[in-house]
Design a protein around this ligand. Structure first.
Ligand code: SAH
Ligand code: SF4
Length: 356
């Protein structure tokens, strides 16, 4: 399906073309209004009324808010947006005491099929456009401003696999950086491990952060948890990570959703530590206690054992942090974004240890 061209889809040159008869300074005024002031065309009161009306008509917003929910603690806001054509996506704004972060979607759904993830359970609908990605950042940034906070961080950890929509994600990042003004070091792309995509990220001229959702450090378990591992097994993935580290000299993070009896054993910690040691620079492990999703009946590791797993990794010389769960009461936590799609429950059994 071809999506409608929305206000953040156009490049500055395309906006200039669209406004053919208007003087150049108008184009600059509109561009700044959209990207720096995060304004709606109707709010650009320095423009003649007729021009504002034209922009409203010809450059529609990409996102219609279906639901905006705030959690009980008031520090997480989840949006359900409808796109042209009726697909739905979710965006999550997280207000930490010291920083404000938005978690954006890169696809409506996801084709990667990780069984423990609500987005994967619902399947793939379509790629997002540049404008649909940028507008999530704009909406979240406006909301933060309303709450007297400033959005400074963007993480591609919402719905979808960003590196399966890489040219679009890259184009959006360039504009989030150049035009909205968020620093590249404050932008993080999380991937399930698409090796060709990681190679392209290594070539990106900007220093964005990369997170790899590892979850398992042997191919047998990872094939099962993250089906794309069958195409890009751990050897190939680690080679791509090593090249990235050598080229960028940046910190790489591994995400590890901790699942009771599946990937929380001592052998898992040892295998993970061995993988980390094989890299030319230290990787940081983010442990995410598994969040419940309707399609996956196996539970997350109880919190006391989550901390033990972290301590074990530290003992083995790996830096690891337990990520605080937030937004579980509004299904806004990692892996819970399904945009209201119904899913069928399945259960992943406990796995025998591979090296205990
Ligand atoms: N597709 C990308 C980015 C989106 S998922 C990726 O997989 O990296 C964002 C993070 O949430 C990933 O690390 C993912 O593995 C994790 N995740 C998925 N389901 C989860 C769940 N039920 N509980 C905790 N984390 C989950
Ligand atoms: Fe897709 Fe990431 Fe969910 Fe896997 S964890 S299904 S790659 S969104």
């Amino acid at each position: 399906m071809t999506a409608t061209r929305t206000r953040y889809d156009l490049t500055r040159a395309e906006l200039g073309e669209m406004l053919g008869g208007e003087p150049r300074f108008r184009v600059d005024q509109i561009w700044k209004g959209l990207y720096e002031q995060l304004s709606e065309p109707s709010e650009l009161t320095t423009l003649p009324k007729a021009l504002r009306a034209r922009l409203e008509a010809e450059l529609p917003s990409a996102l219609t808010t279906v639901v905006e929910r705030i959690n009980d603690d008031g520090d997480t806001v989840k949006y359900l947006f409808e796109l042209a054509g009726g697909s739905r996506i979710e965006t999550v704004l997280m207000l930490y005491p010291d920083r404000v972060t938005v978690c954006v979607s890169s696809q409506a759904g996801c084709a990667m099929g990780c069984g423990f993830c609500a987005t994967g359970q619902a399947g793939f609908t379509r790629q997002l456009t540049v404008g649909e990605i940028i507008e999530q950042v704009v909406r979240a940034s406006r909301k933060a401003r309303e709450l007297n906070r400033r959005l400074a961080n963007v993480v591609f950890m919402g719905m979808g696999e960003p590196l399966a929509n890489e040219p679009t994600v890259w184009a959006a990042i360039e504009r989030i950086n150049n035009d909205i003004g968020l620093g590249a070091r404050h932008i993080t792309v999380s991937t399930v491990g698409l090796v060709p995509g990681i190679k392209r990220v290594t070539e990106w001229p900007m220093q964005v952060n990369l997170a790899v959702s590892l979850h398992a450090a042997n191919d047998t378990l990872r094939d099962d948890m993250v089906p794309i591992n069958r195409r890009y097994p751990l050897d190939a993935l680690m080679d791509a990570c090593a090249d990235y580290l050598e080229a960028k000299g940046r910190r790489l993070s591994f995400e590890w959703a901790l699942i009771d009896g599946v990937n929380d054993r001592d052998s898992d910690a040892r295998e993970l530590a061995a993988l980390c040691r094989s890299l030319p620079l230290a990787a940081h492990v983010n442990i995410i206690p598994l969040n419940p999703t309707p399609g996956y009946l196996t539970r997350g590791t109880p919190i006391s054992r989550v901390h033990k797993f972290r301590d074990r990794l530290e003992e083995l010389g790996v830096n690891a942090t337990v990520r605080r769960n937030r937004g579980t009461d509004i299904d806004a936590a990692c892996g819970q974004l399904a945009a209201g799609q119904p899913v069928q429950p399945v259960s992943l059994g406990r796995r025998p240890s591979t090296s205990d």
